[in-house]
Each structure stands twice: as C-alpha cells, then as structure tokens.
Design a binder for this molecule. Structure first.
Ligand code: NAI
Length: 345
C-alpha cells in the first residue's frame, strides 16, 4: 500500500569516511515518528558498498518496527562500520566513529551489535553522549537480556504449538554461538532441551559440546537438522527459498535480525506449516534494555524485565491473530507495529 511504501523510505542516511583512520561508516535513520532513532552499530567487512547499504537499511527499518511493537518511545536507526572487527577495530577507528556519532548526537543513539562489544560501547561513551548499552549507564551488554527474551518467546511458540511450554526432551538447533546464541543455549540446556549446534568458529561449537552435551552440526546444514525448533542466532537471510524446503523443525525462534531473505519467505514458511516468531519481536530484549538505560531516571533492571515479559504475550497474540486471519505472523506483527506508529502521528 502507499502507506507501507512511504514507510519504506528512510528519513536520512549519513556516510562517514576517514581513510587515514580506517573508518567507512553508514548511519541510517529510518523513522522518528515515535522518538529519536535508536539502533546498534554493526561492524562487519561487507565486500561491496551496496551490500553494506542494503544490510544497514534493512536493519534500521527493522528497528522502527521493533521499537513500535515493544511500545518504546524511539524511532528506528542503525549504523554499520565496514571493517573486520577482529583485525581492524583500532582505537583510531573508534575515535573517528565517535566523532561521527558526536556530530549526530541529537539524531541518533547507538549500542552494541555484531562486532561491537561492551568495551567498545564504553570507549565510545567516554567520547560522545549518544551511546547506550554501557557499564556506566547501568544496562551493560544487552546480549543476555536478548537471550532471555528469545528464551521466553521460544517457550511461547512451543506452548502455542504443543499446548505446553515444557522443553524437556525437545530438540533445538542453534545456529551461531555468539553472545546471544551461547546465552540461549545455557537457558535451553537448563530447561532440559537437547541441543544441536553450529558455528563457523569450530572451537565455539566444540565448547558447546562439552558444556551442554550438544551435538555438533556443520554450519551449512544446521537449518536442516532433525530438530523440533530452529533458533537462528547468527546473521540474517538464512530463511530463503533454498533453505525453507529443507527445514525439519516446526518452529523458528531465534535472535538473528532479518531472518527472512524476502517478505515472501514468510508465506513459504506458513504454507510449510512452520510457526515463525517474527525476529524483531522475539529479539527485542536488547533494544528494551538499551532503551531502559536512556530513561530520564536512569536504568532500572526491574522496569526492563517487566517490559521483557511482554515478549511472550505479544508473540502469543501474533500467533493467534495469524491463525484467525490467515495472515503470516510477519504480516500480523508489521500491522501491529504500523498501527502504533500511525496512532502516534
Ligand atoms: P555475535 O557476533 O556475538 O555472534 C554471532 C555468532 O554467529 C559468532 O559466534 C559467529 O561465529 C557465528 N556465525 C556467523 N555466521 C555463521 C554461520 N553462517 N553459521 C553459524 N554460525 C555463524 O553476535 P550476537 O550479539 O550474538 O548476535 C547474533 C544475532 O542476534 C545477530 O543477527 C544480531 O543482529 C542479533 N541480535 C543481537 C542482539 C544483542 O543483544 N546482541 C539484539 C538483537 C538481535
């Protein structure tokens, strides 16, 4: 519709380049009707500018939907630094990025994402005020809270499908054992689920085997593992025309942003009888936590947890509405988020 088309255009895009300090960054501000743009900074070595731009534009749009569906007074934005976080994340690069952030301090707030750690957030916060997810602000690294939200959301999906949220003996395939994937495995293991895991970092997968008794799987086959639930916790786009026909799990519930390669893939999932927990709903715990740090009275863990507990309720509502209307869960989630944005306009 025209409204959705208008919603798809970004308000502002900023490019920051400082070759001498290795900075090439894009800050995308998608929509600020509900409040100032808030979104993490991803550090990732995209091979082309187009790939970087596509990534950041899709992520910032997702942040608008995420803030809206979480009832937060923020708009959507996202930043991307084109670099390999393992080799090129120097103090000079972070200094140059801090200067870019400082220039945007009335328009954009940022926090951790893939490639950016709590130590990086603290380093930036010492140089510019518009950084959250910091030690000094009290919220710290949002990843454990994100994992807790994914865990609660995954149980809501299991309850919807199986009539009970008991995870005992259920097989969960976890793709990506980073900050969120690992913390999710801890919770799943404690709840009695059997884990199948994959990471492109073989050491990480090995550690999960000894820590959780998990079964290791090749990174390019984890989506097709014989599991009840598939939890994508790596990067986006793993749900696509090739992978969906190979899925064996009946539920998809994971932290990765932009899990669907294309909107139509939600239809493919629905037609395959797979219950999909929309990514920006189930992974909203991190945003909830960094937003809590920006409250005028400062960070209150209890307030963040109270909002986190809405994630399973929101998902249960989305699952029911999708069933009642024949819409995909993604369409229902987007309609709910757009209603909130329209109501605030
Ligand atoms: P991370 O960088 O700590 O972990 C990602 C892990 O995935 C790494 O261990 C990496 O080796 C692995 N990986 C990458 N490609 C892979 C592949 N093809 N197959 C298997 N493993 C692969 O990142 P983090 O923070 O755990 O985030 C994971 C996902 O969750 C990302 O999509 C992120 O945008 C999303 N997310 C994270 C939030 C947070 O609070 N950290 C909040 C909301 C979403």
């Amino acid at each position: 519709s025209a409204r959705i088309d208008a919603f798809d255009s970004h308000e502002q895009i900023f490019l920051g380049e400082d070759p001498s300090r290795g900075l090439k960054a894009i800050v995308a501000i998608h929509n600020t009707r509900l409040g100032p743009a808030l979104g993490g900074t991803r550090i990732w070595p995209h091979e082309t500018f187009d790939a970087a731009l596509t990534d950041v534009l899709r992520l910032s749009r997702g942040m608008t939907l995420k803030a809206a569906i979480s009832g937060l007074p923020f708009g959507g934005g996202k930043a991307l630094i084109v670099a390999d976080a393992r080799t090129a994340k120097t103090p000079e690069l972070l200094d140059a990025y801090a200067e870019m952030l400082l220039a945007l301090k009335d328009r954009f707030w940022t926090a951790e994402d893939v490639g950016m750690t709590l130590a990086d957030a603290d380093y930036l916060r010492a140089r510019t005020p518009n950084v959250s997810g910091t030690s000094s602000g009290g919220g710290g690294n949002p990843s454990p809270i994100t994992a807790e939200g994914v865990f609660l959301g995954l149980k809501a999906a299991v309850e919807h499908r199986h009539g009970s949220e008991d995870l005992t003996g259920l097989k969960v395939a976890v793709q990506g054992l980073g900050a969120v994937g690992w913390a999710l495995c801890e919770r799943l293991h404690a709840a009695g689920a059997a884990l199948i895991v994959a990471d492109i970092d073989a050491d990480r997968a090995g550690e999960a085997t000894s820590e959780f008794g998990a079964r290791k799987c090749a990174a390019d086959a984890i989506h097709a593992a014989d599991a009840d639930i598939f939890a994508p916790c790596a990067l986006g786009g793993m749900l696509n025309g090739n992978s969906i026909p190979e899925l064996k799990a009946g539920i998809i519930a994971g932290s990765a942003n932009n899990q669907l390669a294309r909107e139509e893939d939600a239809v493919l999932l629905k037609e395959s009888g797979i219950l999909y927990a929309p990514d920006y709903v189930i992974n909203s715990g991190g945003l909830i936590n960094v937003a809590a740090e920006l409250e005028p009275g400062g960070y209150e863990a209890e307030a963040a947890f109270a909002r986190l507990r809405h994630i399973p309720e929101t998902l249960a509502d989305i699952f029911h509405r999708a069933e009642a209307t024949g819409m995909t869960t993604n369409e229902v989630a987007e309609a709910l988020a757009l209603e909130r944005i329209a109501a605030a306009s």
